[in-house]
Design a protein around this ligand. Structure first.
Ligand code: SAM
Length: 266
């Protein structure tokens, strides 16, 4: 089942350009390094990147499956696909990466097509998550790996002058996701799909200085926008954002969000 237009609306041309910039930040580069370590791609393998976004991961993985392998990168957003396609062309990886439209909830591939399936920050958007995990399992060959990176938004913190107000602001962001606490459900979802959980790792993104270009710095505005959409008064949102952005002095800023990387085998 496709994600709701409201959620995927964030991944329009402006959203795609924002992620294209933001995913070059050191925190997300390191996140991808850890994710690729969990995938452990080998030469000759066929991999599927579900919800490929701006295409960084697909490009990086394609070099690991060369020679002889290939990556199929799918996304529901035409704007994201345009950014991913441009990256693949720029990096001259057209022979290794096939970028095409596709939905996690209904994978357009025969059974047992891939050696691995990877999804970073995408299964949180899948409305029928149980079905989407079963689809990933279906397209894996026997012994293949499913690797999912996702966030539990209960594990996101900022130092601020009002801790509970910050908690309430982060709560508004839940509406951006079909599954804002997906990691805690993944072991059960894998089991129901006939997969065996192999490993779980955590990757905390930690920032101790305010930087508007960093992952957390950019997230302040996204949380603020979600709060406005949920009806939080504009002056409250502005005051919350201003407090965080004013924390430029030594020791005044702290941000952390926990990612989880789950690996399962078929
Ligand atoms: C937060 S971005 C993550 C992008 C990429 N996986 C990464 O980590 O670099 C989420 C992406 O998932 C895509 N998406 C959301 N729901 C999807 C679905 N049901 N099937 C495929 N892609 C989806 C969005 O269009 C967006 O590009």
């Amino acid at each position: 089942m496709s994600p709701t237009p409201a959620r995927v609306g964030r991944f329009d041309a402006a959203g795609a350009a924002r992620l294209d910039r933001n995913y070059a930040s050191p925190q997300i580069v390191e996140q991808r390094r850890r994710l690729r370590a969990a995938v452990a791609a080998c030469s000759g393998e066929a991999g599927l990147d579900v919800g490929c976004g701006p295409g960084y991961l697909a490009c990086e993985l394609s070099r690991e499956v060369a020679p002889g392998g290939r990556i199929v990168a799918i996304d529901v957003s035409d704007d994201m696909l345009a950014v991913a396609g441009a990256r693949v062309a720029r990096e001259k990886l057209d022979s290794l990466v096939d970028v095409r439209k596709g939905d996690a909830g209904s994978l357009d591939f025969p059974d047992a097509t891939f050696d691995f399936v990877v999804g970073a920050q995408v299964y949180c958007f899948a409305e029928d998550i149980a079905h989407a995990i079963k689809e990933a399992a279906r397209v894996l060959r026997k012994g293949g790996r499913l690797v999912i990176l996702d966030t539990d938004w209960d594990l996101c913190v900022w130092k601020s002058k009002d801790r509970l107000a910050t908690r309430r602001m982060i709560e508004q962001r839940r509406s951006d996701y079909a599954h804002p606490h997906l990691p805690r459900d993944l072991p059960g979802l894998f089991h129901a799909a006939g997969l065996t959980l192999a490993r779980v790792d955590a990757y905390p993104i930690i920032e101790t200085r305010y930087d508007p270009e960093s992952y957390g710095g950019d997230l302040i505005g996204s949380v603020g926008k979600a709060a406005l959409r949920q009806g939080v008064p504009a002056n409250e949102v502005a005051a919350w954002e201003a407090d965080l952005r004013s924390r430029t002095g030594e020791g005044e800023y702290f941000f952390c969000v926990n990612r989880f990387i789950f690996s399962a085998t078929k």
